[in-house]
Design a protein around this ligand. Structure first.
Ligand SMILES: *Cc1c(COP(=O)(O)O)cnc(C)c1O
Length: 375
């Protein structure tokens, strides 16, 4: 691979499988893992991640029909249920049913539309009834949830729909413990009142729910972690159990010596206060390196040393200070934007914090120009 790419992400499939194992260990025995691989497996590349997890997962979760179709076409993925997490658009319903994908429904009207979309097609719509227990994004309100499930059960007698699961989502499992305890208890009450058979999946836990609320998960059949699979824990206490999967690398495209007083990048926000050796790197905000990192103390690794980003991040390039790197870095050499190099580490958490955002946004923002490579 050396010499081939300008900007690339190395995906450590061994670390990915380790994390899947750690999440299985964190779950009650017998609980299945629905691997959340939406948004190109959180920027890691669904084409690498989903096949690498085959055999370890009971299902995959994606955001929409296009992602479900992309996943279903991958090797080794067939036969494992693919659940579409976001509401399916009206014009996508027939395709979702025909593709054999499982869908999330919030309303009786949606359930009826899915039954109608499946009628005569030879295969029932497999739906997960979602309860809104505090996320406010989708789902039936708690007082309407039993009615939604009841309507799905009625429609199921006609054979065009099946209740595949019941679910809710935790909005604050990494921020509000008391609320989350109460939310899990509320959902447990809702589920127990339904007297579900063993064929119906029950799930609510994202990464923070899976790692932090194990004792309360005795009534679930599945967990739905995303971020933790990729080796990043939303709960600091659990960081040690996980291994980061992604290393983002780029190359030095140019190394130059500039005098005191030279100005760097758009808006000339940075003036050198000493004679400096600067390197230009072949990654910019169009690749997903956040422009918000401009002037925020961001660093990259070159030769194992931390090198400050100078001035504003541009679309295709950034400029870094390599004056203090031992030896003379050369064009073509590797720089690490996220990950380890020599004794240095730049965690995605550090980048997110400096950019004023969350790790989910950094990872899913790594753009299509960045080549994903399995290692
Ligand atoms: C994205 C998503 C998850 C995974 O969340 P993480 O915090 O990344 O673990 C789980 N469930 C639903 C419904 C989601 O949309």
């Amino acid at each position: 691979m050396d010499g081939q790419f300008r900007s690339w992400a190395e995906i450590d499939t061994g670390a990915l499988c380790h994390n899947a194992g750690a999440l299985a260990q964190a779950s009650p025995p017998g609980v299945g893992l629905i691997a959340i691989v939406k948004a190109g497996a959180y920027g890691h590349g669904a084409g690498i991640v989903a096949p690498a997890l085959a055999g370890r997962v009971a299902g995959y979760g994606v955001a929409n029909l296009a992602e479900a179709r992309e996943l279903a076409a991958l090797p080794h993925v067939g036969g494992v249920p693919i659940l579409i997490l976001s509401p399916v658009l009206p014009h996508e319903r027939a395709g979702a049913v025909a593709g054999g994908f499982e869908v999330s429904v919030s309303t009786v009207a949606e359930a009826e539309a899915f039954a109608a979309a499946a009628a005569g097609g030879g295969r029932p719509a497999r739906v997960h009834a979602v309860a809104d227990t505090g996320m406010g994004r989708m789902g039936a309100r708690p007082d309407e949830f039993a009615g939604l499930v009841g309507r799905i059960r009625d429609l199921a007698r006609g054979g065009a729909i099946e209740l595949a699961g019941v679910a809710t989502h935790l909005p604050s499992a990494d921020e509000e413990e008391a609320f989350t305890h109460r939310q899990i208890a509320d959902f447990r009450d809702l589920v127990q009142a339904l007297r579900l058979g063993p064929e119906v999946a029950v799930h609510l836990a994202n990464s923070a729910g899976t790692l932090g609320y194990r004792e309360e998960m005795d009534f679930v059949t599945h967990v739905r972690p995303g971020l933790a699979l990729y080796g990043v824990s939303p709960l600091p206490a659990h960081r040690g159990a996980l291994r980061p999967v992604l290393t983002w690398k780029t190359r030095l495209s140019l190394v130059r010596d500039l005098p005191t007083g030279a100005t760097i990048s758009y808006g000339r926000t940075r003036t050198l206060d000493r004679p400096s050796r600067v390197a230009t790197l072949a990654t910019g905000y169009a690749d997903g390196f956040p422009r918000h990192l401009s002037g925020r103390g961001a660093e990259v690794l070159i030769g194992g040393s931390r090198c400050p980003v100078l001035g504003r991040v541009t679309m295709d390039q950034i400029v870094v200070d390599v004056t203090d790197v031992p030896g003379r870095p050369e064009a073509g050499e590797e720089a690490v934007l996220i990950g380890r190099q020599g004794g240095g580490t730049i965690a995605v958490d550090e980048m997110a914090e400096k950019a004023g955002t969350i790790v989910w946004e950094i990872l899913t923002g790594i753009g299509p120009r960045v080549v994903r490579v399995a290692v």
